[in-house]
Design a binder for this molecule. Structure first.
Ligand code: 7PM
Length: 277
């Protein structure tokens, strides 16, 4: 057992867990009114919960390469009603995919159980806001900004550089009173990395686990899968599952994915075989 608290619930991180992706950007549920967007998000959450997700990751900011920044008000308007409606109706951990202090504070007040920040609490005020919540935090590595990150990224050694960065963010968190036990690390597949960088990070997943932290992996349908297989985004499920199976065998325990059921089933077998005496 390796119990980690996530707000009002907890997870045994000796076992694998699926985090279902719930994007609430306008381009994801794009048929008009505020109610239909909220309802569509709610239906999607319901489906992922029935398929066995342990966490629903709600995000209102598109961090896709080249994406335009959203205002804090827009992000609040998108994310808070969804978090509120999920927490009201389901007994599930809701993660908030945000870098914004106000969103962190409000999401926490509505019962969010995890802060997932692709900027590792570097944005103004987010470190202090996260510290005050007492929630666990996923610190992700990104090189550059969503606008610039895919412009020929370079590393001395990608695994060491990413690990050094994440450990430096752990130190900053600890100085702010956020204990190490609250932190989860994520190498940030696709965020300022070439195909080779992404493959190296995946091969070296154990390195992050060995730093003494739980590891979250987010590679669902990403470009690296498409590059290896020469397949468009809607045909990347099998490749995604292969890469996540590899990450599981190297110590990752939370998998941020679009396709919940296939991953719940794959990971049930992976973990059952590992635990067999
Ligand atoms: C468009 C392109 C929209 C790419 C969204 C994305 C991660 C994350 C994202 C990740 C953690 C995606 C990304 N990726 N949070 N948020 N780790 N912790 O492909 O890899 O979902 S957004």
């Amino acid at each position: 057992m390796s119990l980690m608290p996530f707000g009002d619930k907890s997870l045994d991180l000796s076992l694998p867990h699926v985090m279902g992706i719930l994007n609430v950007t306008p381009d994801s549920f794009s048929d008009g009114g505020a109610f239909s967007a909220l309802d569509a998000a709610f239906q999607q959450a319901d489906k992922m919960i029935r398929e066995g997700a342990s966490i629903i990751d709600v995000g209102g900011e598109s961090t896709r390469p080249g994406a335009v920044p959203v205002s804090t008000q827009q992000e609040l308007d998108r994310v808070l009603p969804v978090i509120e409606s999920i927490k009201k109706r389901f007994d599930i951990i809701v993660s908030v995919d945000t870098s914004t202090a106000d969103v962190i504070r409000n999401a926490s007040a509505l019962g969010a159980g995890l802060i997932n920040d692709v900027r590792a609490l570097e944005r103004e005020g987010s470190l202090q806001a996260a510290a005050q919540t007492n929630l666990p935090i996923c610190l992700m590595h990104m090189k550059g900004t969503p606008k610039t990150m895919q412009n020929s990224p370079e590393y001395t050694s990608v695994t060491d550089d990413v690990a050094d960065y994440l450990v430096s963010r752990v130190d900053v968190c600890e100085a702010e009173g956020i204990g190490r036990h609250r932190l989860i690390l994520d190498p940030g597949i696709g965020f300022g990395k070439t195909l080779t960088h992404n493959l190296s990070l995946l091969k070296n997943t154990k390195h992050f686990r060995k730093l003494g932290f739980h590891v979250l992996m987010g590679l669902s349908r990403k470009t690296m899968i498409g590059d290896v297989l020469s397949l468009p985004v809607e045909e990347r499920l099998y490749g995604t599952m292969g890469a996540n199976a590899s990450a599981y065998s190297k110590g990752a325990r939370i998998f941020r994915v679009h396709d919940v059921r296939p991953h719940v089933e794959m990971l049930a077998l992976m973990s059952r075989i590992e635990r067999e005496v």
